[in-house]
Design a binder for this molecule. Sequence first.
Ligand code: FE2
Length: 297
Amino acid sequence: MDIRALGYLRLETTRPAEWRTYALDLLGMTEAPGSTEDTLRLRMDDRVHRITVHTGTADRLLAAGWEVADAAALDRAARELEAAGHPVKAADAGELDERRVRGLIHVSDPCGNPLEIYWGQAQDHTPLGTPYGNRFVTGDLGLGHVVLPVPDIEAARDFYEHLLGFQLRDSMRLPPQAVPTATAQRDFHWMHFLSPNRRHHSLGLYPGALPPGIVHFMVELETLDDVGHGLDRMNAAGIPIASSLGRHTNDRMVSFYAQAPGGFQVEYGWDGLLVDPAAWVAKEITADSFWGHRWNG
Ligand code: FE2
């Protein structure tokens, strides 16, 4: 399957006002045309939207949107998923219109995480006026990365690596206390990092369950100062910092993690590693950071 990037995220929130402030005033995203009282559309680059936040009755991930090149690639993806026993459902006209894409299928991963595979998203050609002059690193690397809870870690890895065609970049052993919801008793649990493009990882697989259906998502900024200013804004707003500034060992990202409205986190980073997929060899990492990333709680 030829998936190119993590294209968008759709979230449901019970706290729309908090999300509006968080995304616009703290993360430095821009409200996209087409936002309504119930749907906040967020622009980060030349796509009409990258993140949509829908007001609802739960705080959860509605879908991770994965982009393919064209209609033929989407047809192939649908056939391969069905052949492997994963039922797909084509989007109706209303769903295509709402997401501003030309074609889309719904499918779930083996742990029930909702995915949308799509092609042909509309662009916005007007200048992106971010509130602090901050710029996000996106383009063909996609919007950033997302970490999904997958209690059946090896079934999930097999699905994303061998069916969706993501490259396994590296894996890390988590101690049992880091996975309190694990169903099997083990000395350690693997966590995996994968991507369909040069971004070190577009997807992290966390081997436990979490109610919001998302552990965190990461957005990457062009400069270290963008990240530092973001940290100042979070602190000034009294947002709990889940993890202090640090540099990850695997994607070399300098980042911090802030609590987001709804029980998950946003990683705000800079200087993420780009890899050459043809030359990459999968590795095990034995620490998640070179320095920093002190977790609170
Ligand atoms: Fe991350």
